[in-house]
Design a protein around this ligand. Structure first.
Ligand code: K7E
Ligand code: CUA
Length: 655
């Protein structure tokens, strides 16, 4: 793709490098410097490099971005869609959290989706989103879905990219937290979610003294039904894992298709002090071993064992026991230094890059060597649970000195790896095809966590851009009190050296991971068509109405209201109810015009919907509070928007 950069550059270089002498400088006007470029540069203290960066990112009104970055929103519980290279925030997508603008979780159909995500009978209205992962076809992003995990509550969600909205939340009934997920296999057959903090599987109780025997991790393979666009729990399964803290994971592709790689830490199985000063804190207890274990899971073999019924069932989930996984070589280990973090498969699927976190190296595992050892049954040792462990030296292509705290790695189209280095606050570029090539490093601001590259996790990355997702902003922006935003830095990787060309403060949640897709792969719908389409079934809802069919049906104290919404009125526009009525509102937007959204809120009843064109919504509540409650449209939809209101009259009991 020809990027906007190459198109924009000549314009600016003319002005910058004087191919065409600038017009006589106009008198600077205020701080902006007026309309002459060099005067503006002087007034704002900008260098040539700053202006070049601006030219690479400035996207005029009406021009669209080349890429969309889907970033996790961290504790915000949702996703942030960001245009690249402009770094304009395009949308927040609510997933695990209620969000009023999208009418998400305020009485409408989305409230049911949120309810499906409740764990153990508790309402959970937030999430700690770590890893968004785009759906893939043949190892390439297909632009259809994005999956996210909630680390805090062990959940996975499915977001449909046709309307950028959450369609399904699956509460994992097996594990108490997750991290290695969401990652998809190359054709999105499975969405993978592996545990982080070990606990008794299924939510049971066991004292910490039973940690080694009773605490476990698990890798969940959620079967994705591509026709329906939903996870099918009945066809899903899990592999039981030892109580090492499983960390980031990635699915093999091409050469390594059929395998999943999961990092781990705390092979020491430390459990903290419990007030006993002779014992180490969990953090230091978990950092004693020089090596932890990269988990290698043969998921195609696991699939066969599940088909053959070689599973036990825990809380309704088919589980391949640790014993079976070890014996059948569904699970194999290879040592990895030292309390590692990221595990990233290279675009050709031939290698796995592991960031050392407490080591200064990135380790490059050679899958062909691993496969060869496994095929020959050449194992160096066994772990305490009987899992075979491969020889470290025999399994790697090499190691690369990266710096202090390498975490995550992404790729470009030339074999280059971009590794985030947390403690050094750098992005280090190196080449996995040629480990002798010197590294290049760029300082980022500050303490980078994840990193994302254009199409970077596919079989064919694009190059062009990398985004450094920095945990700390410190001095980068106007201070806003002790709680500071994170800082996303856009790095131009198209030239001979890396250049930072934009800083974007992220003011909500601490994002972890992101993926960047070509914008032209996304095919969003302009409206729900035909009018009355239920966004969760993609069909006209039986409760939807056409113009003229609006009505109120009462059977005893059960009231069904079939309402339509169109500029600038609701039909019906007042409702006469009795206190205690069991009310269902069936609301249809009759609009089909682009960007013609209405809102629907009932004052004091905590009901708030977003009525995009053509959308069907449904609200069920008890009219338990008597009185007069205005309902109105919350989007400034027309000149008569303020007039788009009505009344819900609830007659007191006995009146
Ligand atoms: Cu923050 Cu991917 Cu959860 Cu690293 S993880 S930063
Ligand atoms: Cu409809 Cu405002």
């Amino acid at each position: 793709m020809k990027s906007a950069i190459s198109l924009l550059l000549p314009v600016f270089s003319l002005a910058l490098y004087g191919c065409q002498p600038p017009a006589p400088a106009a008198a600077p006007q205020g701080a902006s410097g007026g309309s002459d470029l060099s005067a503006v540069m002087t007034a704002r203290g900008l260098t040539d490099e700053d202006v070049l960066a601006a030219a690479k990112t400035w996207t005029p009104s009406g021009k669209h971005d080349d890429y969309v970055l889907f970033a996790s929103g961290g504790q915000m519980g949702g996703l942030i869609a960001i245009g690249v290279p402009s770094m304009r925030i395009l949308k927040y997508i609510s997933v695990f959290e209620t969000e009023p603008w999208q009418g998400y979780g305020y009485g409408g159909l989305s409230s049911k989706i949120l309810k499906e995500g409740n764990q153990g009978g508790k309402d959970i209205t937030w999430g700690d989103v770590h890893h968004p992962n785009l759906s893939e076809t043949n190892g390439d992003y297909d632009g259809k879905y994005i999956f996210v995990n909630d680390k805090a509550n062990a959940r996975i969600a499915v977001v449909d990219l046709a309307d950028f909205s959450t369609k399904q939340i699956i509460a994992n009934p097996l594990i108490m937290s997750d991290h290695g997920g969401a990652f998809v296999t190359p054709n999105t057959d499975y969405v993978i979610e592996s545990s982080q903090y070990a606990a008794p599987l299924g939510g049971g109780y066991a004292p910490l003294s039973d940690y080694n025997e009773k605490y476990r991790g698990a890798a969940m393979f959620w079967k994705f039904d591509k026709e329906k666009g939903r996870i099918d729990p009945s066809k899903s399964f899990a592999v039981e894992l030892p109580p090492y803290m499983q960390d980031l994971s990635d699915a093999g592709k091409l050469a390594s298709d059929g395998y999943v790689f999961i990092g781990s830490w705390n092979t020491e199985r430390a459990t903290g002090t419990g007030g006993d000063k002779s014992k180490p804190y969990l953090e230091s207890g978990a950092s004693q071993n020089d090596m932890d274990f990269l988990h290698i899971i043969d998921w195609k073999k696991a699939e066969k064992l599940v088909a053959d019924g070689k599973t036990t069932t825990i809380n309704g989930v088919k589980v391949i026991s640790l014993e079976t996984a070890a014996k059948e070589h569904v699970l194999t280990f290879v040592p990895e230094p030292k309390s590692p973090h990221g595990a990233d498969v290279t675009p050709d699927g031939k290698f796995i890059v592991v960031g050392g976190k407490l080591d200064t190296h990135a380790t490059l595992y050679d899958f062909a060597k691993i496969k060869d050892e496994m095929d020959k049954g050449e194992y160096a040792s066994k772990d305490p649970y009987g899992v075979d462990v491969l020889d470290f030296a025999k399994s790697i292509k090499g190691q690369k000195e990266i710096g202090l705290g390498p975490l995550h790695s992404v790729f470009d189209d030339k074999g280059n790896v971009y590794t985030s280095v947390f403690l050094d606050s750098t992005v280090v570029k190196w080449n996995y095809l040629n480990l002798d090539q010197p590294t290049e490093s760029i300082a980022v601001n500050y303490n980078i966590g994840h990193i994302a590259a254009a199409e970077g996790d596919t079989v064919s990355p694009d190059g062009h851009y990398v985004v450094a997702m920095n945990k700390m902003a410190e001095d980068r922006f106007t201070p806003v009190g002790p709680l500071l935003p994170q800082n996303f830095q856009l790095i131009d990787i198209s030239g001979p050296t890396m250049k930072i060309i934009y800083d974007l403060p992220i003011p909500l949640g601490e994002p972890h991971y992101a993926q960047m897709i070509k914008a032209d792969k996304l095919h969003t719908i302009p409206a729900y068509t035909p009018a009355g389409t239920n966004p969760y079934t993609n069909a006209v809802d039986p409760g939807a109405v056409k113009a003229g069919e609006e009505r109120i049906e009462r059977h005893g104290n059960k009231v069904d209201v079939y309402m339509s919404v169109i500029r600038s009125h609701f039909t019906p526009d007042y409702l006469e109810l009795n206190q205690g009525d069991d009310v269902t509102l069936h609301v249809t937007s009759l609009e089909q015009a682009y960007d013609q959204t209405h809102g629907f809120t009932i004052d004091m009843y905590n009901v708030n919907l977003s009525m995009e064109p053509g959308k069907y919504e449904e609200v069920h509540f008890t009219a338990d509070r008597a009185g007069v409650f205005p309902f109105y449209c919350t989007e400034f939809c027309s000149a008569l928007h303020l007039e788009m209101e009505g009344y819900m009259l609830v007659k007191p009991k006995g009146a």
